[in-house]
Ligand binder design. Structure first.
Ligand SMILES: [Zn+2]
Length: 409
């Protein structure tokens, strides 16, 4: 009899042998689709993304999305082996994407297949997303447009199975100070460097009043400066870069506007999309983590969560520090524990009794509004019909020992 994680480990080994760089996931999505079919679940596509509903879904129940991403970054320099030729050694599985986010992806698939046999008080949607690493237009963005009624989500990323209840956003701002060129010997022109230095001082000391109990104050650091062409020419232009780590009290757009109003230089954001995400205290997902005694924390990195506008937690097997590094690996034991913890977590969720939390803030509020409150009614017409598993020749989901049913007390 298979123990928890056996199916996920085998699936991951095969998946890692298929290159899946962002935007080039077609072979990997085809493989995963075939695996779901073989396991008795009928997948469907939202763009290139592979999705499936549990055949146990019932009308009128809230929808929990289980998500992780298929794609990987390009292999970093310093690999001592072929990153697309996975292998097992000393209890570890090596390969590009094994840790980020293959382990989460595989563990979530096994958990989902198991949970497809369980009656839950909410519905399940599995989403295996593309283009997470490059923030592409065909990834989670597309999923939320095509399936606009998700109530909450578990995002699978390597967190050592701790529960991230918030993600810190990122805002990178390019500043350009304009002056007028002139000869340094004659006091001519307007020195763009001095304009930039004044603005940098303003940015350095600018106080954003609202401090988050979860994330603290908005952090901003000027990290680059570049200006001047020759010793005797008053520079006409000076450029600088500000690294901002927002909190959930401000949208990225608000932060940019506030700083722009305070300086003479022209500020432009490289992207406003890397928003903060957080799940309000008291939400079912957070309560569940607390009840199970799982550590919660604020993650410094973003994920597909920032493309959602519903409460979520980020959790998955593997360690964040191993992501995007050479000779990437995940411990097999992490995958096994991951499957057990996912199932324990999901079967412990009691969503129906949740209070209605506040709408998460941030740039995502500009996306189609997905959030309808946990107490709201579902528009069933929008829900694609869950497909029953094929009858003949279908494989039963992997059996699990000691991880199924109700949570262990
Ligand atoms: Zn990832």
């Amino acid at each position: 009899m298979d123990t928890p994680g056996t199916f996920a480990i085998q699936l991951l080994k095969e998946k890692l042998a298929i290159p899946a760089l962002s935007g080039e996931e077609e072979a990997a999505t085809g493989y995963l689709e075939a695996q779901l079919l073989k396991a008795g679940v009928t997948p469907f596509r939202a763009g290139p993304n592979v999705c499936a509903f549990s055949p146990k879904n019932r009308e009128g129940q809230k929808l929990l999305m289980l998500n992780s991403h298929i794609d990987t970054v390009k292999p970093s320099a310093g690999y001592t082996f072929n990153p697309f030729a996975p292998f097992e050694k000393d209890g570890k599985l090596f390969g590009l994407g094994s840790n980020d986010a293959g382990a989460s992806l595989a563990a979530l698939i096994e958990s989902f297949l198991y949970l497809c046999t369980v009656d839950l008080p909410f519905n399940l949607l599995l989403v295996l997303s593309c283009e997470e690493e490059n923030s592409g237009p065909n990834g989670m963005k597309l999923v939320t447009q095509q399936i606009p009624h998700i109530d909450c989500a578990i995002v699978g990323e390597p967190t050592s199975m701790k529960v991230a209840v918030a993600e810190r956003g990122l805002l990178v701002i390019d500043g350009t100070a304009q002056g007028v060129a002139g000869h340094a010997a004659r006091d001519e022109g307007v020195n763009a460097l001095y304009v930039a230095l004044d603005d940098i001082a303003v940015i350095r000391h600018y106080a954003f009043d609202k401090v988050s109990p979860l994330m603290g104050a908005v952090k901003k650091t000027v990290t680059m400066i570049n200006g001047g062409v020759q010793h005797n020419v008053v520079p006409a232009e000076c450029r600088f870069v500000v690294d901002v780590r927002p909190n959930e009290c401000y949208t990225n757009r608000e932060i940019l506007a506030a700083l722009q109003a305070a300086v003479k230089s022209t500020l432009s954001a490289r992207s406003l999309d890397n928003k903060c995400s957080f799940t309000p205290a008291g939400h079912a997902l957070r309560r569940c983590a607390e009840q199970l005694g799982i550590d919660t924390y604020v993650s410094p990195t973003t994920s597909d969560w920032m493309r959602l506008n519903v409460p979520a937690v980020k959790m998955g097997p593997g360690a964040s520090v191993r992501s995007h590094s050479a000779d990437e690996f995940v411990y097999l034991e992490e995958i096994r524990q991951g499957v057990k913890t996912y199932i324990r977590f999901i079967t412990s969720l009691t969503m129906n009794n949740s209070p209605t939390p506040a709408l998460p803030q941030g740039e995502g509020a500009e996306l189609p509004l997905l959030w309808r409150g946990l107490g709201g009614d579902r528009n069933n017409e929008q829900q694609p019909h869950p497909s029953p598993p094929p009858r003949g020749g279908s494989r039963t989901p992997p059996p699990l020992e000691g991880a199924g049913g109700r949570p262990e007390q």
